[in-house]
Design a protein around this ligand. Structure first.
Ligand code: HEC
Length: 212
């Protein structure tokens, strides 16, 4: 459900940005008549696209664990809600600067979303020295403290929580290496964990195996 929303949101955002880009180019080239015709023809599709864009975004946002609502996410949301009225006014008044500014904001939002997913700004996690030589204890610590968001926030204490479209870890058929791959590179709503060392990834996998 969440993963479906995630893909719908991405697809709708691409349509939204494309339509917006075409309108912006027409405005900047002073093609007023073409712009007016396009705006009229696209009135209903545009309403559908913008509604889907906002609804999928809000429905995902309310399901997102608090641990994932960091500064990047907050700036992203503010930028979206700033871009929309600027775009409406920009096109209504044929104000090129405003229309362009709102487009730049939208592109910035895309960049912020990618940074959020990539875990930009996440600090490496220090594992307390007394846990360092126990693989499972180390994994347990990381499961509850990894950055950009603790695994427990989505997967839950028992690995079965399924928050934000996450998979039940106790039912995973992945090999150790495939698990490490997902943790390092993220997948769908799961962020990338680029700051984990290979030893830490192995410790996490060992811990996940104990959840069975
Ligand atoms: C924001 C939520 C979120 C957080 C935080 C998160 N995950 Fe996930 N995880 C997911 C989602 C969503 C999937 C499913 C991805 C897919 O296949 O669509 C997933 C899948 C996985 C899988 C693959 C399971 C399978 O069988 O395909 C593993 C392993 C995993 N997560 C481990 C972790 C670990 C370890 C951490 C912490 C370092 C973590 N996750 C943090 C959301 C999260």
């Amino acid at each position: 459900m969440y993963t479906g929303l995630f893909h719908t949101h991405k697809a709708v955002v691409i349509l939204f940005v494309l339509l917006y880009l075409i309108k912006l180019v027409l405005l900047l080239m002073n093609r007023r008549e073409t712009l007016a015709r396009l705006t009229k023809a696209m009135k209903i599709p545009e309403m559908v696209i913008s509604t889907l864009f906002l609804v999928t975004g809000v429905v995902m946002l309310v399901q997102l664990p608090a641990a994932r609502i960091d500064m990047l996410m907050i700036i992203k949301i503010i930028a979206v809600f700033a871009a929309i009225p600027l775009a409406v006014i920009g096109f209504k008044k044929s104000n090129k600067a405003l229309a362009l500014l709102s487009f730049v904001l939208l592109i910035a939002v895309y960049g912020l979303a990618e940074m959020h997913k990539a875990g930009v700004g996440a600090e490496a996690v220090e594992v307390p020295a007394d846990l360092a030589n126990n693989q499972i204890e180390q994994g347990n610590h990381l499961y509850h403290n990894a950055t950009p968001a603790a695994c427990v926030a989505c997967h839950g204490e028992d690995g079965k929580a399924g928050t934000a479209g996450s998979k039940d870890l106790t039912l995973s058929k992945l090999t150790d290496d495939q698990m490490k791959e997902v943790i390092m590179n993220g997948k769908n709503a799961m962020p990338k964990y680029k700051k984990l060392t290979d030893g830490q990834l192995s410790a996490l996998v060992s811990y996940i195996r104990t959840l069975k």
